[in-house]
Write a new protein. Structure first.
Length: 64
């Protein structure tokens, strides 16, 4: 999958998880809120990893 598409999909998933997490939290669903938080953090970590790889590529001249 193209990197920009993957990044866009991860940002979309992150936004949806944030919204669903708030709904679960407001309904008092503690375990579900926790599990959604873990998925949100995983999406965030993957986004950061993609950005770090882009920064490394640019610094080493591979991004040209």
């Amino acid at each position: 999958m193209e990197q920009s598409t993957r990044l866009g999909n991860l940002h979309f998933a992150q936004a949806m998880l944030r919204e669903v997490r708030e709904r679960a939290r407001s309904d008092g669903e503690d375990l579900l809120t926790y599990l959604i938080d873990m998925a949100y953090l995983e999406a965030s970590d993957r986004i950061r990893a993609i950005w770090a790889a882009k920064d490394n590529d640019a610094a080493s001249g591979e991004g040209r």
